[in-house]
Design a protein around this ligand. Sequence first.
Ligand code: SF4
Ligand code: F3S
Ligand code: ZN
Length: 103
Amino acid sequence: AIDPEFETNREVVEEHEGHDVWGPVEEPETLGIHGTHVAVDFDICIADGACLEDCPVDVFEWVDTPDHPESEIKADPAHEDQCIDCMLCVDVCPVDAIDVDPG
Ligand code: SF4
Ligand code: F3S
Ligand code: ZN
């Protein structure tokens, strides 16, 4: 599961589409955590898609991650600023790849 203390245990190493990426990042096999308020651990995501289907405000967008060992697409929190903290995505992700920090 995603580390709920990632903001303490990791460092921001790059930006992607307006949100932070928490390392380590070593493409293509290590991709880090995308987002801060809505954080998705790309190294855990298996592209289940439940988060994209269920988010009421369409926070997520698919991004291509060719040659990643878990999946070749990931749910990117492209619009994390629109999150309403309903926690649905956290509940439905089968591999607990998402952390949402209300407030
Ligand atoms: Fe979308 Fe709710 Fe998840 Fe926020 S907590 S990203 S609104 S599903
Ligand atoms: Fe990935 Fe979990 Fe969404 S596996 S696509 S973050 S439901
Ligand atoms: Zn991203």
